[in-house]
Design a protein around this ligand. Structure first.
Ligand SMILES: [Zn+2]
Length: 391
């Protein structure tokens, strides 16, 4: 009996591998999958037939032959289901409906004033509900929800601590699962952003990258050898709390002189508020800078300098191939980049700097939603290859 169990497991694993290649390399032929995976052509064919029956794969006609009969090409059917990705921000919620390939079908953006946990979670569920209601008809429907949050979470999806939201111990995953009856994945927004960049953005071809999310706080998602590095207990990447001034001002985390006190959106807004004598938001600062306001441009340039101070620590500490700067402040690239690069040139160690790329995100502020949706899709495939199994 045990042997049968093992054989079933082997079959499931093989099917997962075949589906993986169709998802990442399609259009692809059965023969090519057999070649890459080392499985026999008969095994690949039988597994592909099951995947076609499960509506996850379709045949799209004949491809080029390398001699002999022209092969039938296979395509992953991204519209077999849909996923929700959400970026819960300190003042806004960005949510998308994507297909199973991560293509954005619909997007919704709303502001909030963080009046209370209940108020924001209500906005969150209304937003998700609206997107679910607009999902096109499909075989699997909406398969799950992924959520990026500005704080740290445990493995059960409890948001343990989000200093910039002022939230502690919110059982978000359980609440959303109960509300929607769908699988929910919750992770730190910078982790989700790093995965978004790795799968859909500038980081596609990079094995070792650090994604720095610059919002009201600063966080990092660290990808080492193509895998997200979560640390021993899942709390890696709280890089905004690296102290850059040992006796600096007190931070909400309890330490002094943390990087995000100097280089975050919060820091920029505070500085701007002091100089202009009234409260401002990022959008109005960006448009002032765009209109050539020298004072505001100087604020962005100083922020670029402070960003550089922290990025030097990342370069020297991690030796990544690629640092991607994302989050809402990516909109200020034009004024941030020059002082930042000048500082890196002067202060980072020359050897780790040599082969390094530093860029602002092409996905702008969508890295996190796309990564979050891809968490939901990954969870779906981790379970479906089991449940679509036919005897
Ligand atoms: Zn801190």
């Amino acid at each position: 009996m045990k042997q049968t169990g093992d054989l079933n497991l082997v079959k499931k694993i093989n099917k997962t591998i075949v589906l993986h290649h169709i998802r990442t390399d399609s259009p692809i032929s059965r023969a090519r999958i057999a070649e890459i995976t080392g499985l026999t052509k008969a095994t690949v064919s039988s597994l592909v037939n099951e995947l076609i029956e499960s509506s996850l794969v379709e045949e799209i006609g004949v491809g080029e032959s390398s001699g002999g009969r022209k092969p039938m090409m296979l395509l992953f059917k991204g519209t077999a289901g849909y996923a929700i990705g959400v970026d819960l921000g300190v003042h806004d919620i960005l949510a998308v409906l994507t297909d199973l390939t991560g293509k954005v079908i619909r997007e919704k953006r709303i502001q909030h004033h963080n009046e209370s946990v209940e108020h924001v979670t209500r906005l969150l569920t209304t937003t998700i509900r609206e997107l679910i209601d607009t999902a096109p008809e499909s075989v699997y429907g909406v398969i799950g929800i992924g959520l990026g949050v500005p704080g740290i979470c445990d493995e059960e999806g409890n948001l343990l601590f989000a200093p910039n939201l002022g939230w502690e111990n919110v059982p978000l995953q359980a609440q959303l699962e109960a509300e929607f009856g769908l699988p929910v994945v919750i992770d730190n927004e910078a982790n989700a952003g790093a995965v978004g960049e790795k799968q859909f953005g500038a980081g596609k071809d990079t094995a070792n990258l650090v994604y720095v999310s610059i919002g009201m706080g600063i966080g990092a998602g660290i990808i080492i050898r193509n895998e997200l590095y979560r640390g021993a207990t899942g709390f890696s990447g709280e890089i905004g709390h690296i102290s850059i001034q040992h006796d600096g001002p007190k931070c909400r985390c309890g330490s002094l002189g943390c990087w995000e006190l100097y280089a975050s959106e919060h820091a920029l807004l505070e500085q701007a508020g002091q100089e202009l004598g009234h409260e401002v938001d990022l959008e109005s600062l960006l448009s002032k800078a765009e209109n050539g306001d020298a004072g505001v441009i100087q604020l962005f340039e100083r922020l670029g300098y402070y960003l550089g101070v922290g990025v030097v620590n990342i370069i020297n500490g991690f030796n990544p191939e690629f640092i991607i700067l994302g989050g809402r402040l990516a909109g200020g690239e034009k004024w941030l980049m020059k002082p930042l690069l000048e500082l890196l040139e002067k202060r980072s160690l020359p050897h780790p700097r040599k082969q390094l790329k530093v860029e602002f995100s092409e996905l702008q502020d969508r890295s996190t939603v796309l990564g979050a949706a891809s968490f939901a899709v990954a969870k779906f495939f981790a379970s479906t290859t089991v449940s679509v199994e036919r005897s």
